[in-house]
Design a protein around this ligand. Structure first.
Ligand SMILES: NC(=O)c1ccc[n+]([C@@H]2O[C@H](COP(=O)([O-])OP(=O)(O)OC[C@H]3O[C@@H](n4cnc5c(N)ncnc54)[C@H](OP(=O)(O)O)[C@@H]3O)[C@@H](O)[C@H]2O)c1
Length: 256
């Protein structure tokens, strides 16, 4: 089995790559930083790695062509992503363009580059990565949540579109997960946001990876790896207002 993991040099992607290689798959990882890629290849047992910025369609397409030279890809886990929490009146000018480019446009680029060959082979499974913020909103996360709602919209639409071609599409929606990216986002995260999101617990990257690997190509459109998030998802289908009443955003003069 041939597996591609974007964002495979750290965090959830690295955990999935390690699991896939351990299961005997031929794994390729993508990320931008060459040194991180080399270390991750060693750690995970991935057979190959390419330095690719998923926001750059030309680079993504070229990497997909090199990958396809080795034969059809069976599973794609698109984990590359970027998160920064900020109240909207404190967000920087770069936050929206940066997160939309990586999370939303990056997902479109990866699918556009890889799906045609999978459709031609009439087999394969694609797992995009959103977040539990892909189906609910939370104060402090408005821009990031908008990018991850975009990923859920992309994935659920593609699921319809690619099923007749034998290709399955799912969206992984992890809760807060202990990764290097999570540690980095916590450096600037408002304390109230951190408290609210950690109420449901923090998963390990290995646990998220195990669920993603097992559910890939099987089951529903969304892969929600933990029970509290599945409850949150069910509540969000009943009423967005209900979810917002459970978690109160800080008001004027209150500490953020
Ligand atoms: N950790 C959480 O709490 C959490 C919760 C919900 C959803 N998620 C989502 O899960 C995914 C993985 O998160 P993580 O916490 O494991 O992240 P992470 O530890 O920051 O790792 C991110 C990976 O993506 C790569 N990457 C970042 N930007 C890229 C780009 N433009 N092009 C190519 N590769 C890029 C990074 O390598 P380079 O920097 O070298 O490119 C790295 O390999 C993300 O989509 C994130 O939004 C995470």
């Amino acid at each position: 089995m041939r597996v591609l993991v974007t964002g495979g040099s750290e965090g959830i992607g690295l955990a999935i790559a390690t699991l896939a290689a351990g299961a005997g798959a031929q794994v390729e990882i993508w990320g931008r930083d060459e040194a991180r890629l080399a270390t991750a290849q060693r750690l995970s047992g991935a057979g190959s790695g390419q330095s690719v910025d998923v926001t750059n369609m030309d680079r993504v397409r070229a990497a997909a062509v090199r990958l396809a030279a080795g034969g059809p890809v069976d599973r794609v886990f698109h984990c590359a992503g970027h998160a920064k929490a900020a109240f909207i009146d404190e967000a920087s000018d770069d936050d929206a363009p940066g997160m939309f480019a990586t999370n939303a446009v990056g997902s479109v680029n990866v699918v556009r580059a890889l799906a045609p060959a999978m459709m031609a082979a009439r087999r394969g499974a694609i797992v995009l990565t959103a977040s539990d913020l892909g189906y609910v909103g939370l104060f402090g996360w408005s821009i990031y949540a908008a990018t991850k709602h975009a990923v859920v919209g992309l994935g659920t639409s593609l699921r319809h579109e690619l099923a007749p071609h034998g290709v399955s599409v799912q969206v992984l929606c992890p809760p807060a997960t202990q990764t290097p990216g999570y540690d980095r986002e916590n450096l600037t995260k408002p304390a109230s946001v951190r408290r609210a999101e950690e109420a449901g617990g923090v998963m390990s990257a290995d646990d998220v990876a195990r669920v993603a690997w097992t559910r890939c190509g099987r089951g529903g459109a969304l892969i929600i790896p933990n029970l509290s998030s599945r409850v949150l998802y069910a509540l969000s289908r009943v009423s967005t207002g209900l979810v917002h009443r459970l978690v109160r955003a800080p008001g004027p003069g209150e500490p953020r």
